[in-house]
Design a protein around this ligand. Structure first.
Ligand SMILES: O=c1ccn([C@@H]2O[C@H](COP(=O)(O)OP(=O)(O)O[C@H]3O[C@H](CO)[C@@H](O)[C@H](O)[C@H]3O)[C@@H](O)[C@H]2O)c(=O)[nH]1
Ligand SMILES: [Mn+2]
Length: 746
């Protein structure tokens, strides 16, 4: 009987080769540590050996954490057809889309994401789509409203012909009609009409963007006066119901625009603040028991994705007791060939996310994630109705936790009970519009636990990881589902600077969590974070710290070459095989990962090179910005990534700007070159004692090759490194050389 068939199956993935290599590398690392200790034991203390030891010890520690993380990879297969066969009412889902800047995030991108979500294969009366606009732009509102009109032909078209890709810009991107589509004349006519309509929509939005003037027709019933003369960082709440579904399952889902109140007096907590506002606004309007959230560029690429997620949640009552959220991987469209900036994250999601799935479950990564509302409201696992933090709360007490809106407190009670259709199925939005405006206000959170215990947690620019950590510390598990083709597709930064800025923000955000009261070990000691999961979080949160040992280690070869010393075993010692094997096996393993995920050798090289560039540029500065934050000098800010609908050719080149981020990498490169040159002149080919140091230096030069080009292209527009960066780096490099020589004299 269909009813008894499970909605998902969990299988363990076997990766014996990877495991063997992982362990081999770990043994080699430990041997290297032991070698250093023995050396110092026998020959006395040395600064050089101590630094080398500390760095290598750190690398071994990180590797150990990574082994825990990757050890039990798991795959989840979900069966939406079986779900549909179970004759049950599907639960409502509120969908949150966040956008923050109409220039960096062009409205046409947001609109496509919204259209893909409105066209999902799920009863439309069960979906509510909320768009948060932190840019408070009438252009975004206008674009959404136009998109809604187009949606009225797009959604039926997609459903009628079972179109797979439901973001129109992707669907129509191959100009001729896709070959695999039905060939009936009716379809072809429809296809042409819909395409024309989409082009009109695109045209209208483009024109509005360029001319900054547009009119909403009277029949739209939307008043734009709220936007006139407002400051985008200081304005009242604007909530617009663009579409209210009249409980018809094949109509369009609800569509609501929200621009929360902003004021100079209140911190707005970036995306986390926006998500909390959406949680409350949706709470008083639809109050669906499940929440899906995506960034504005992450369109739904599999129309059945909600059904897939529901397979996990609705499989059995037992699952509902402790599954908090379901995360899909972040995948990107139009990735540049061979991933020049190493930001496609394929290996991270395939090996690491699947690995964590075998533990307490994936880390929440901000987009493409389904949460249960009551989990965000602070409920503990294994407590059904009405409980938060294990206690029953009255409406009055709920108002103390959730803020002064009575309507919201009432809705929270429904949320804890997790009724399938959400809140007050018979009321209309208009009845609660006032409450919606109220809960989106700046001061609403004062004296509540929003951002500290409930909702999206404040205090980090990677609010996603922090929120997931808090949820998992309460004992919730999470599930990772990786569909093929990917459930959501978004836009990865297509240029070096944007990519580094993103890395820097991630790293600072992660460190903000590491040095907060949410330090994962507390979650294990005082909460319900499993210890292996704790190791995963430590591995992740310490990303930025890695830049310090990596930088120190990268300085050792040039130091030795300049000062005519060595820190690796020399040719006469058998211990020389340790670093040699380490280097070979490590790179072989990495190559294998790229081969297994069907990426090219070039992609491996680019990623490993970007690994070094990221640590030396972005991560180091990420550490710096957190230090400045803790010194009270400057807050860490959330710099939004620029999004594009398509990528120009020629982007695979490194393009530089005036940013100080490029100084450490350029310095490091110059140092390797000077050191190689000096040692070559001094030893004239007799480099028996420093073979490994030379190899390391050459390897680093290869990693920073694009910077070398940047030096030669000095002044040639964005391809060259700015003069400023070069002379600062040269000065630093010379200083280092002088220091090295002084220490050898002594
Ligand atoms: O004040 C703000 C700043 C950002 N955003 C939104 O946050 C999302 C993510 O911003 P983006 O610039 O795309 O950052 P990414 O680094 O690409 O985002 C990843 O990393 C973030 C921080 O870890 C997560 O929040 C995201 O979900 C995750 O996709 C976008 O939809 C923005 O519109 C806001 O709503 N308000
Ligand atoms: Mn993004």
């Amino acid at each position: 009987m269909a009813k008894s068939l499970p909605l998902y199956e969990k299988t363990n993935i076997k990766r014996p080769t990877q495991k063997v290599l992982d362990v081999a590398i770990f043994i080699l690392l430990v041997s290297l540590d032991a070698y250093r200790v023995l050396l110092m034991y026998n020959h006395g203390f040395s600064y050089l050996q101590t630094i080398a030891f500390l760095c290598e010890f750190w690398f071994s520690f990180v590797w150990f954490l990574a082994i825990i993380l990757k050890w039990n990879p798991v795959h989840f297969e979900t069966y939406p057809r079986r779900l549909l066969k179970r004759e049950m009412e599907l639960p409502a889902v509120d969908i949150f889309v966040t956008t923050a800047d109409p220039v960096l995030e062009p409205p046409i991108i947001t609109v496509n994401t919204v259209l893909s979500l409105m066209a999902l294969d799920y009863p439309a009366n069960k979906l509510g789509c909320y768009v948060s606009d932190d840019g408070c732009s009438d252009l975004t509102l206008y674009a959404l409203n136009e998109a809604l009109k187009f949606g009225k032909i797009w959604v039926p078209f997609c459903k009628k012909y079972e179109i797979q890709v439901r973001a129109p810009f992707r669907y129509f991107s191959n100009d001729p009609m896709p070959p695999h589509l039905p060939s009936s004349t009716q379809f072809q006519n429809d296809w042409v009409t819909v395409k024309e309509e989409y082009e009109k929509l695109e045209g209208k939005i483009k024109e509005a963007e360029e001319s900054r003037s547009f009119v909403l027709e009277e029949e739209d019933g939307i008043d734009l006066t709220a936007f006139s003369n407002l400051h985008t960082k200081n304005h009242p709440t604007i909530v617009k119901i663009l579409w209210e579904n009249k409980k018809v399952s094949d109509e369009l889902p609800h569509l609501i625009y929200v621009s929360r109140e902003r004021s100079f007096k209140h911190h707005h907590h970036y995306k986390a603040g926006a998500m909390n506002v959406l949680t409350r606004v949706s709470g008083v309007l639809t109050n669906a028991p499940y929440i899906l959230n995506v960034d504005c560029d992450m369109f739904a690429n599999d129309p059945q994705v909600v059904l897939h997620a529901m397979c996990v949640f609705l499989n059995s009552k037992y699952d509902l007791e402790d599954i908090g959220y379901v995360q899909t991987p972040q995948c990107f469209y139009d990735g540049l060939e061979d991933d020049p900036f190493g930001n496609q994250l394929v290996v991270i999601f395939e090996y690491y996310a699947r690995g964590v799935m075998g533990l307490q479950g994936p880390v929440y990564s901000g987009t493409g994630c389904f949460h249960r509302r009551k989990v965000l409201y602070g409920q503990l696992p294994h407590h059904s109705t009405h409980f938060m933090d294990g206690k029953a709360y009255s409406e009055q007490e709920l108002m103390e936790v959730f803020g002064y809106s009575k309507t919201f407190a009432k809705s929270a009670i429904y949320a804890f009970e997790e009724t399938t259709h959400g809140y007050h199925p018979n009321s209309r939005f208009n009845d609660n519009l006032e409450a919606a405006n109220q809960v989106a206000g700046c001061d609403y959170e004062i004296n509540t636990t929003w951002g500290s215990k409930i909702g999206w947690i404040y205090g980090s620019t990677t609010e996603d990881v922090l929120t997931g950590l808090v949820i998992q510390s309460r004992g919730w598990r999470s599930i990772y589902i990786a569909l093929n083709p990917p459930a959501f597709l978004g836009c990865a930064p297509s240029q070096l600077v944007a990519s580094l800025t993103q890395q820097k923000r991630w790293v600072s955000g992660l460190l903000e969590i590491l040095f907060s009261k949410h330090f994962p070990i507390f979650g294990t000691l005082f909460g319900k974070l499993q210890w292996k999961q704790c190791a995963v979080y430590i591995w992740l949160l310490t990303w930025g710290l890695r830049s310090i040992p990596e930088l120190s280690y990268a300085l050792l070869p040039p130091y030795c070459l300049i000062s005519n010393s060595s820190f690796f075993p020399n040719m006469e010692e058998r211990a020389i095989y340790i670093p040699i094997f380490l280097f070979i096996i490590y790179n072989f393993q990495q190559l294998l990962l790229y081969k297994e995920t069907r990426q090219s050798i070039r992609a491996w090289w680019n990623n490993q090179r970007m690994g070094r560039v990221n640590t030396m540029c972005a991560w180091l500065f990420g550490v710096g910005s957190v230090v400045l934050k803790f010194l009270g000098v400057r807050e860490v800010v959330f710099e939004v990534t620029k999004k594009e609908t398509y990528c120009e050719a020629d982007l695979e080149h490194f393009m530089f700007d005036e940013s100080a981020m490029f100084v450490p990498a350029t310095t490091l490169l110059l140092l390797q070159l000077i050191a190689l040159l000096m040692s070559f002149i001094r030893q004239a080919g007799r480099m028996r004692n420093t073979v490994l140091e030379v190899i390391c230096s050459v390897w680093l030069v290869l990693c920073f090759w694009p910077f070398l080009k940047g030096i030669f292209l000095l002044g040639k527009g964005r391809y060259g490194l700015p003069f400023n960066t070069i002379y600062k780096s040269a000065a630093l490099a010379l200083l280092f050389v002088l220091l090295c020589q002084r220490t050898t004299v002594n």
